[in-house]
Design a protein around this ligand. Structure first.
Ligand SMILES: N[C@@H](CCC(=O)N[C@@H](CS)C(=O)NCC(=O)O)C(=O)O
Length: 209
């Protein structure tokens, strides 16, 4: 009934999978490798014309863009709500998601993790200027998120929300770098949040193979 198209290395696919897991929804993960030589299969573009992953299908209903998928999964299915009820809480959750999309993904994942780990592993050379610039941004990103999450225990308050499910895959990549671990250590609230998230079955069950 539910199918998700994508790959387990993808941050955005993992966000959608975390939502499905937290709502206890059974689904099929249909492999799509966006980084395959020659690009994605042409027929995948009927599911996402931008060639990005994930794409989602619930019966005859098709959707792409992770923010839309995550909110649909939360609202169309039973299970614990993943968005705060009150306007201020929901706004904070959406703000944290927007910061993750706009700043954490490009800098923590692409600017730091990919430059420091993926590129050298594939025989490439780290772009030192890009890494330095993203590390500078990372300092701001972590300070902001630590401030916005207040006392927690979750990003948008007392309950797990979509904000946590957005940030977990990005922080998980970032912490694999020595610079990431060091910068995270300066923000104990973010570290405690990560320790809490890292043990959740949804998070352990979606680690890339
Ligand atoms: N705005 C999209 C972004 C999805 C996205 O960037 N996915 C990455 C994988 S994590 C991708 O497909 N990258 C392929 C590319 O950049 O060509 C969403 O929210 O779903």
């Amino acid at each position: 009934m539910v199918r998700l198209f994508g790959a387990d290395y993808s941050v955005y696919v993992r966000i959608a999978r975390l939502c499905l897991a937290e709502k206890s929804i059974a689904y099929e993960l249909v492999p799509v490798d966006v980084f395959a030589t020659g690009g994605v299969a042409l027929d995948y573009l009927t599911r996402n014309p931008f060639g990005r992953i994930p794409a989602f299908e619930h019966g005859a209903f098709r959707l792409y863009e992770t923010g839309a998928i995550a909110r649909y999964v939360d609202e169309a299915f039973d299970g614990p709500p993943l968005q705060p009820e009150d306007p201020a809480g929901r706004a904070r959750c959406n703000q944290l998601i927007s910061i993750a999309d706009s700043y954490a993904y490009p800098h923590l994942v692409w600017g730091v993790y990919v430059e420091r780990i993926s590129k050298p592993a594939e025989g490439g050379t780290t772009d030192a200027a890009k890494l330095a610039s993203s590390l500078a941004q990372a300092r701001t990103i972590l300070a902001v998120v630590s401030d916005l999450m207040g006392q927690g225990p979750f990003m948008a308050g007392d309950h797990l929300t979509l904000a946590d499910l957005y940030w977990a895959p990005m922080v998980d990549y970032f912490r694999e770098t020595s610079e990431g671990t060091e910068l995270l250590a300066a923000h104990p609230r973010v570290c405690e949040w990560w320790d809490r998230m890292a043990d959740r079955p949804s998070v352990t069950g979606t680690r890339r193979s």
